[in-house]
Write a protein that binds this ligand. Structure first.
Ligand SMILES: [Zn+2]
Length: 509
């Protein structure tokens, strides 16, 4: 078997504040894609981490009266905890302030761009938003305010290094138009292309040691300058798989199959980043997946409104899978969505418990009560065969959604798969046939047990804990995607003990 590698990343979040539900969305989306490829038996690398070299962190640390290093260490640990608790299957959590791990790679990246003649020094005057860590043109600022932060950017004038982005206009157009770099969804691709068509300006990739408060990755060969935080943060996608420290590992995984990002940082990933890579003689990533933002009960999350949703608290209260389910099934994959705790509870009760939980429990309990927990011998009739054929089509549909990264569609189709199996249970009515026609009841339960097994495989992508619990109840090892549709639970197999997957939740406001 040829081993296929699959490299996916989350954006590398700033750690100046605690993680919110938007970070959780990105982790869960990234993880669902990664787990699909793990189940396909691909060799998966998933890089996440902490973007620590920003001015925001310096300011946040100053406000707290601690060192920037202390702040970063403390906050990065919270992000890492969230990544672990929500089940993000990362292979590397990269902190950009760690000298030995991250700096050699991004300094080399700089040197390669310089060698290509794409790095030059000039005096720059511009409007800088610290929140975005980005310069803006006057024309990009409605009412003179940053569109993301609604704050007036500060005027900055100093000598910086610039990256010759203008040189890559045609290359980038070709790269994106041809689909060699896929921007998903299509509307984001169009957004990027129209920005490129508008003409690309060279951009600053360093700042003075003084303005950076001596925090960040030094520019090779110039001790008066620090790398612009975006330059080094993007480099995490390289250093996370060993660039600058473990070349063999890097060569194995680069280029990335997917960078998962929020819509606010599209330009950095679809324009700046591939241009930097081309300049350095490295391959561009294959795709950029762009998700939207999350409002809370219809309002934008903000400190002043006090409505920031802490994913760790949610996981503590409801468990990771209920939170994952909400983010994958309620939030549109490529658009903005809303979070409401009441809705989360409603969905857990009416969808997870009443559909998935019900199917698994009624099947397991019926097997335990009527077949001593053993998979029965069965002759399949037309009814069973037709049903299995239809469910096979349903599983193919789920695979095609996942291949195209349509996560909500995949989640919805997985729930439909479970509903279909529940309907089969209802129509077969084994509680009746067990008394009148035991062979018929055996055929129904043989099919249903194998459906539960298929559901466990399907759920290993969105709801890994639930999947694990189902395999445990079935008394079998975890199965991979290729086992879908295979009647691998054989007559005579002894199942495990039935247990409740989702308890009924009450809403307390
Ligand atoms: Zn801003």
């Amino acid at each position: 078997m040829i081993e296929v590698k699959f490299y996916i990343t989350t954006a590398i979040p700033y750690v100046n504040a605690a993680p919110h539900i938007g970070h959780a969305l990105e982790f869960v989306q990234t993880d669902a894609i990664a787990r699909y490829h793990i189940s396909l038996r691909d060799d998966v690398a998933l890089v996440t981490g902490a973007d620590e070299n920003s001015l925001k962190n310096v300011h946040a640390a100053e406000a707290k009266g601690i060192t920037t290093a202390e702040l970063c260490e403390k906050n990065a640990a919270v992000f890492k905890e969230m990544a672990e608790k929500i089940g993000l299957s990362f292979t590397s959590f990269k902190r950009t302030s760690l000298k030995s791990e991250h700096w050699p790679g991004v300094q080399r990246l700089w040197e390669l761009c310089a060698k290509s003649g794409d790095v030059y020094k000039k005096t720059y005057r511009g409007l800088y938003c610290v929140g975005c860590e980005s310069f803006y043109e006057e024309s990009e600022l409605p009412d003179g305010l940053c569109p993301e932060h609604k704050k007036k950017p500060e005027a900055v004038e100093e000598e910086n290094y610039f990256f010759r982005l203008s040189r890559y206009q045609a290359d980038l157009e070709e790269l994106i138009e041809s689909g060699r770099l896929k921007i998903i969804p299509e509307k984001r691709k169009n957004e990027v292309l129209s920005f490129i068509h508008g003409g690309l300006q060279d951009f600053s990739i360093s700042r003075s040691v003084k303005r950076a408060k001596n925090w960040g990755v030094p520019v090779p060969g110039d001790e008066t300058q620090i790398q612009y935080v975006w330059f080094d943060a993007l480099g995490t996608y390289l250093t996370g798989i060993g660039y600058g420290t473990d070349e063999k590992h890097f060569e194995k995984y680069w280029p990335a199959e997917v960078h998962v990002i929020g819509k606010g940082i599209l330009r950095f990933h679809a324009i700046y980043w591939p241009a930097i890579l081309l300049s350095a003689g490295l391959k561009p990533p294959k795709s950029v997946f762009v998700h939207g933002y999350i409002t809370v009960e219809g309002q934008k999350m903000s400190k002043s409104l006090g409505n920031i949703v802490d994913p760790l608290a949610l996981i503590e209260k409801y468990g990771a899978d209920v939170v994952r389910y909400y983010l994958l099934s309620e939030v549109p994959t490529f658009d903005d969505g809303d979070f409401s705790e009441k809705r989360l509870i409603e969905k857990s009760n009416t969808e997870l418990a009443a559909n998935v939980g019900n199917l698994v429990n009624r099947t397991m309990v019926f097997l335990a009560n009527n077949f001593n927990g053993e998979i029965p011998h069965a002759e399949l009739g037309e009814t069973e065969k037709t049903f299995l054929e239809a469910q096979k089509k349903q599983m193919e549909l789920i695979s095609s959604h996942l291949d195209e990264l349509r996560l909500k569609d995949a989640m919805d189709s997985t729930m439909a798969f479970s509903s279909n199996a529940n309907k089969f249970f209802q129509d077969a009515a084994p509680w009746k046939s067990i008394k009148e026609d035991r062979a018929k009841a055996s055929a129904s339960l043989y099919v249903l047990a194998n459906q539960v097994k298929d559901l466990a495989i399907l759920l290993s992508v969105p709801l890994p804990n639930t999947s694990e619990s189902i395999f445990l109840q079935l008394g079998m090892e975890k199965k991979a995607w290729k086992d879908l549709g295979v009647l691998s639970l054989k007559p005579g197999h002894k199942t495990g003990k039935p247990s409740i997957l989702f308890r009924r939740l009450e809403y307390k406001s």
